[in-house]
Design a protein around this ligand. Structure first.
Ligand code: UDP
Ligand code: MG
Length: 316
């Protein structure tokens, strides 16, 4: 029968690992779905990996790896995709904000033939007003730029092996998992779920962390900001033409004394725009540089599968 891999990126989640493993085991056993759990500890500085090891010792179906340092959730998801052996996989958060009870429903839809099952948030849970505002702004802009409705999507989704292989085959380093499943295409459907309260511990995202995430995801997925620079340039050339004609007209009619205001304004506006534009271009060049270097996206330091194999050899 088909095997389902559950991929759980975990960063400093020592309080959650065993509980999450138990909840998943309980739900999936009840639904009679053959499964494996792949924890990816993203360079945690607490006892996350020790807990993963503990869970792995209790159940052969549970495994995990530890990064050599924190590489970010995207890298953790991709490492999980690589480790997973299933015919399909579900990616979910370690803090149970993505309710495991939804997984059997996702699996059922996969059995019906869907290749991607998106988890859609029916509400955004206990998020602050500012967080909501920025999230809405970000997804509004992203959805328009990418011509797909990304609102209320999350990293909670089921992927068929085909889709996993497509994502693993991508050579780019700066990925945006949430949007890539839309990009990949295939037949997809969605289930809605209520965002739960984090089980234990606290959220890893700071305000600036989220800002950086938003900028990096936008630029990893679209070059529209670069095109906006061109568009702004065209608008300013048009404006400059009109102003130029007016200036020349004033010059020839000997009325050219006034206009310092215009000059100052123009210098400020054009200067500002130039700086922003250079910043945008610089940002893309930096991204190209990162991609060109071709460094691995993560480095694995520990692996329960390898430890288990080594242990078995020893006891032979
Ligand atoms: N996470 C990760 N690496 C990071 C930050 C977070 O693997 O650098 C994991 C984290 O352990 C959790 C998931 O990503 O399983 C979502 O993180 P969190 O709950 O902190 O974010 P929030 O739910 O508040 O958006
Ligand atoms: Mg969370």
């Amino acid at each position: 029968m088909a095997l389902l891999s559950i991929i759980v990126p975990s960063y400093n989640e020592e309080a959650n690992i065993l509980n999450t493993a138990d909840r998943l085991t309980e739900v999936l056993t009840k639904a009679e779905i053959p499964f494996e759990i792949v924890f990816v500890s993203d360079g945690s500085r607490d006892g996350t990996y020790t807990k993963i090891r503990e869970a792995a010792a209790r159940d052969e179906r549970i495994n995990g790896i530890e990064f050599s340092r924190n590489f970010g959730k995207e890298a953790a998801i991709f490492a999980g995709l690589k480790q997973a052996k299933g015919n399909c996989c579900v990616v979910m958060d370690c803090d149970l904000q993505h309710p495991p009870e939804v997984i059997p429903e996702m699996f059922g839809l996969w059995q019906q033939g869907y290749d991607i099952v998106e988890g859609i948030k029916s509400d955004r849970g206990e998020e602050s007003g500012l967080h909501k505002l920025f999230a809405n702004l970000f997804y509004g802009v992203m959805s328009r730029l990418m011509k797909m409705d990304m609102k209320d999507t999350s990293d909670f989704k089921l992927l068929d092996r085909k889709v996993m292989d497509v994502l693993l085959g991508l050579t780019e380093r700066n990925t945006f998992f949430r949007a890539l499943t839309f990009w990949a295409g295939f037949s997809s459907t969605s289930v809605s779920y209520e965002v739960q309260e984090r089980a234990f511990g606290k959220s890893k995202w700071s305000f600036w962390g989220l800002m950086k995430y938003a900028v990096s995801n936008t630029t990893s997925f679209t070059t529209a900001p670069l095109q906006m620079v061109t568009a702004a340039g065209i608008v300013f050339i048009a404006a400059a033409l009109i102003l130029g004609i007016q200036t020349l007209f004033n010059y020839f009619t000997h009325a050219a004394v006034e206009g310092f205001t215009t000059v100052i304004l123009l210098i400020l506006i054009v200067g500002g725009l130039l700086m922003v534009s250079m910043g945008v271009i610089g940002h893309y060049i930096a991204r190209i540089y990162e991609e060109v270097k071709g460094r691995p996206r993560y480095v694995i330091a520990k692996d329960t599968r390898k430890e288990r194999a080594a242990h078995e050899k020893e006891t032979e």
